[in-house]
Design a protein around this ligand. Sequence first.
Ligand code: HEC
Length: 209
Amino acid sequence: MKNIFILIATTITLFSCKKDLNNTGTEYANEMYHSEAYEPLSQIVDEKNADYNSNPNNPYKMNMRKPVTNTLKISKFNFNFGNSGVVIPATYHIDKDSFQLSGRTLKNPLKLKSTFLSDSVALLEQGKVLYTNFCKHCHGENGQGDGEVGKIYKGVPSYSKGSVKMDTEGHIWHTITFGRNRMWSHASQINPEDRWKIVLYVQTLQNQE
Ligand code: HEC
């Protein structure tokens, strides 16, 4: 019985091959290769092709629009805060494993900028909004590791207990940027300046009783 299955499988495999090197052969699960949705990074422009996939609403029927003029690649981006002279290189050229180095050396440039109390309050409020969008579902409203996702994900620490309470601002920034163990990096979602705003807010959660 087993042999029959092997024979059938081999026959199907062989017959699905084609001589033409550019031909992918018979596709059994078509929609896994060519999704119904517009594919941003690949598109089939030949209208006769059964998998024709091009967006009629865009110029030249492109599936992905070109980035707007003057768009900067994130790694080339320097954050300069008004006239403060504070510049944050997008990456501090610190290795992802160098938690201790970041913890010791990176200082929050936003603190230097916010000489007025109203500035600090505004930054903290923005930090809270960002925290709510990006961290709360795991870390919980009060940073106790009890967010809706955190409860299922497990292993999410409380900010105000144990070693995490002692995490410096540089260490928190590094964690958001590169992730740590089971926590993923958030570098692609949150720009460096916004990460520092979140750090300000996480610090208030570290210092709660
Ligand atoms: C998918 C769930 C998840 C999300 C979203 C998440 N975290 Fe975490 N976080 C974790 C887990 C799990 C750990 C424990 C990592 C470990 O095992 O060391 C952790 C650990 C941490 C730590 C402690 C690092 C240390 O020193 O041990 C900090 C600080 C932290 N997260 C901040 C954040 C911030 C800020 C955000 C939002 C930008 C965020 N996390 C988003 C799951 C998450």
